[in-house]
Design a protein. Structure first.
Length: 550
């Protein structure tokens, strides 16, 4: 009897020990995971929180093939650090991670993490999975060569495209298995380091050259009913829908259900909405499975639309502003939609991407565009990051405009983050089309104009370059203005017939958050007390203190 009791007691002890170990592991994982990067609404801005604090991404994206070879990357890592980057966007290639089905190789991923840590850089991984720039060029060869198992999208003329169809469960499950394995590996090797901040799911999704897929599965879905989840979203958000979505639905009679053409009308616009839903559902399933393994923030990026292009002429159905409602309904596991901005109307596209509270992150921009873009986006629209594409190919890494601009933004980061939360900053972006902008902060209105509007400005050529900057209010009469190529004048906001005067302007820098003043700018440098001037030859920081008189 005692033997039986001893056995029972030992069994109980064993169970207690096992439960304690499990709970301990769960508690440890919970503690680790709760400190993971995440998005959080703080004051007036949604910010990326890293290690408990807001993080501003001064980023750059590598060219598509650079990270496919660890040896090739050896000379690139130091270049990135020279340009004052704190984050690098790097592809994770499905074809190299799963070269044969079910066999995963993460050596390249591990080398990226090692290289980034050596340079004190954070990483945003770009999942080049089912789609990259619309095409399925990064799927493994065992997927590409088995069209019967992994069907492709087809044109209206029944021609197979280099695009896997989002209507195939087999395509989806293959991507989910690979992405889940990738995220599981990241959790194992990086959860304690938190080198990886975000993950982009797929890349520039869209249909081209037709507005929609015409494979057999797609044809059946298009003839069927609009999914109840989408109809429920439309009804629930009737009053806050984007104008484009609301107009399509209203013009078709605002029906509570029906086929795609019954609900949204006939035409290529409806075909694009149809593709947006199924692209979104596919992407969400991949993201959801990945977050189950490692719940990092995830986003999708979009190739934008050239002027006057119609669906099918651009990658249609991606997370574009006029399709936000469809993508929001389809992708609850996606945290934000991001624009890849290669066009000149940068500020216009940024303003479209903050619709309906979407947080702003620019993962790709032309690397020849002025880094003034970043000053504007962070100052005016609370962007959490900016990233020129093919960053490793920008010449003169120690002195180029990315380096000089990011050096200034790096110094200002704590104040930018605080200003975003409090709403005490603004940004301007000027060029040949828009040469003036006004910002009101504290007791003053600031009139910014392009330096070329001032006859004494230093000119570098006949063209009018893009310039810009940001302003941060330190006190009701004291401000930091940073950027390039700006002439700034001041006026009181009150209608008391008073005039704003310059008490002082100092150029300087911040070291560990402490202001280090340089020259006191007066006389010719402030045009005898008429304005503040940031020359376009470089990026600079000036502190101005104002007063009023009658």
């Amino acid at each position: 009897m005692n033997l039986i009791q001893d056995c029972i007691q030992n069994l109980r002890l064993a169970v207690v020990v096992v439960v304690a170990v499990i709970l301990g592991n769960m508690t440890g994982m919970s503690q680790t995971d709760k400190d993971l990067p995440h998005l959080e609404k703080r004051g007036k801005a949604t910010q990326l929180i890293v290690d408990g604090n807001p993080f501003l991404m001064l980023a750059g994206e590598l060219g598509n093939s650079s990270a496919s070879d660890a040896m090739y990357m050896r000379h690139i890592w130091p270049l990135l650090a020279k340009m004052h980057l704190n984050t690098v966007l790097i592809p994770a290639y499905w074809e190299l991670i799963e070269p044969t089905e079910g066999n995963f190789d993460f050596r390249l991923i591990d080398s990226v993490l090692s290289g980034a840590r050596e340079q004190n850089l954070r990483v945003v991984f770009l999942w080049f999975g089912t789609w990259k720039n619309s095409m399925s060029c990064y799927v493994p060869s065992w997927v590409k060569t088995n069209e019967q198992r992994f069907p492709r999208a087809r044109t209206a003329n029944d021609k197979a495209e280099e695009i896997l169809t989002p209507f195939s469960p087999e395509n989806l499950q293959a991507d989910i298995r690979a992405f889940s394995a990738f995220m599981r590996h990241l959790h194992a090797v990086d959860a304690s380091n938190r080198t990886v901040l975000l993950v982009q799911v797929e890349n520039e999704i869209g249909m081209i050259p037709d507005a929609r897929d015409h494979c057999a599965l797609a044809e059946k879905a298009y003839a069927g009913q609009v999914p109840s989840e989408l109809m429920s979203y439309l009804r629930k958000n009737r009053e806050s829908l984007n104008p484009e979505t609301k107009e399509m639905w209203q013009n078709a009679g605002m029906k509570s259900g029906g086929t795609w053409e019954e609900v949204f009308g006939s035409g290529i616009g409806t075909e694009e909405v149809f593709m947006a839903w199924y692209f979104g559902r596919y992407t969400n399933a991949v993201a959801e499975a990945g977050k189950h393994e490692y719940p990092l923030p995830m986003y999708v990026n979009a190739a934008l639309i050239r002027p006057n292009y119609k669906p099918g002429q651009y990658p249609s159905g991606g997370p574009l502003p006029h399709l936000f409602d469809i993508w929001r309904a389809a992708t609850p596991s996606i945290d934000l939609f991001a624009p890849d901005i290669y066009f000149q109307n940068f500020s216009e596209w940024c303003s479209r991407y903050v619709r309906q509270g979407n947080p702003l992150f620019i993962p790709e921009a032309r690397n020849t565009q002025s880094i003034a873009n970043a000053f504007y986006a962070m100052g005016q629209l609370n962007a959490m990051g900016y990233s020129p594409f093919s960053i490793e190919n920008v010449p003169d890494p120690g002195t180029n405009q990315v380096s000089t601009g990011y050096a200034v933004l790096q110094q200002l980061t704590p104040m930018i983050i605080e200003g975003q939360e409090k709403g005490t900053l603004g940004g301007v972006l000027l060029d040949s089309v828009k040469q003036t902008a006004d910002i009101s902060l504290g007791d003053y209105t600031f009139a910014f104009r392009h330096e070329y509007s001032w006859p004494y400005a230093r000119r570098t050529g006949v063209d009018t370059p893009r310039v810009g900057g940001l302003i941060i209010m330190l006190a009701h009469d004291e401000f930091i203005i940073a950027g390039t190529g700006l002439v700034v004048t001041f006026a009181p906001r009150s209608a008391m017939n008073s005039t704003a005067g310059i008490a002082s302007i100092d150029e300087g820098s911040f070291e560990n958050g402490k202001w280090i003043p340089g020259r006191r700018l007066n006389g010719d440098e402030d045009h005898q007390g008429r304005h503040l001037y940031l020359p376009g030859s470089t990026f600079g920081i000036q502190k101005v203190k104002l007063y009023t008189y009658r």
